[in-house]
Write a protein that binds this ligand. Sequence first.
Ligand code: UFG
Length: 337
Amino acid sequence: MGATVLLTGGAGYIGSHTLVALRAAGHDAVLLDDFSNARGDVPDRLARITGAPVTVWRGDVRDRALLARLFAAHRFDAVIHFAALKAVGESVERPLDYIDVNVTGLVALAQAMRAAGVFRLVFSSTATVYGTPEAWPIPEDAALRHESPYAFTKLTCEEALRQAAAADPRWQVGILRYFNPVGAHESALIGEDPQQPPNNLVPYIGEVALGRRPALRVFGNDWPTPDGTGLRDYIHVEDLAEGHLRSLEHLLAGRGGHVVNLGTGQGTSVLEMLAAYERAVGRALPHEIAPRRPGDVAVLVADPSRAAALLGFRARRTIDAMCASAWAFVSRRATGG
Ligand code: UFG
């Protein structure tokens, strides 16, 4: 029989794709989301994709009374914790809000889990905990450092979970360090749908393709990379969702906690990503070279070998599939679909 899993932030970009992957594997999930960065129609879209209604609890993960009611109403086998603030630049402006939502949120959740006797947790972390890496591809045992309040919150949560697990062996925690998730579900019904103007590369190119922005600004072409633009490890969100499924199943099988990178091991430049998106749209898109963006690094590429060895996880979808699915989603969304 499948597991019942709580997905905090389950209506968001990665949470929604993970719900689809869980159901395809015979599990089920309950969503907790405050819809601060997710559209209200995501649960209906998930029901259309998966063929069954979705149970949604609307609220804040810091709300302890709500958490107590939620854990009393459902018998969860595990929790996947996505709910968090995630914009690096915004975190510099609002560090206390980031610490409150991300760190207080995790502590409230973990204490509610412990009170309910639920000790399997998959946690959304990020490659930004490696700071400016000394070398790449980056293995999980590379040095960790925080270079933004956002990175600080994720490192603090990782450390809090390590300490909780050291103190109480009932905890089984999977920490997943995401590289750059892009793309959308093949149905084009769910995808990356930020409530604010996008800062990230692929959503921004989508805005240019829709004619809402005049041109992509390429942040620097003088980086020490083959074409001078930044190299990132883009991973299709459907592959990322499958990574969560593997992590969850590892915990359910009692194989123990883990810290793994979720990436492909391949670096793609800004100009290569733009070219792939142009292939998806079928026409050239305007771009201009702009100064480097503060805080950026030249290269962020995962060593994905631990995820392969430990979880049997390998990302398999291509850059062209990422851009085609992203474009299918945003162009459908723009016409009201
Ligand atoms: N870029 C541009 N123009 C843009 C936007 C981005 O040239 O308009 C470039 C960036 O300079 C970088 C690359 O495209 O070289 C990717 O930038 P993103 O903003 O898409 O992604 P980042 O790698 O900067 O950041 C992402 C997440 C963070 C996370 C980080 C760590 O947004 O939350 O990865 O892996 F912390």
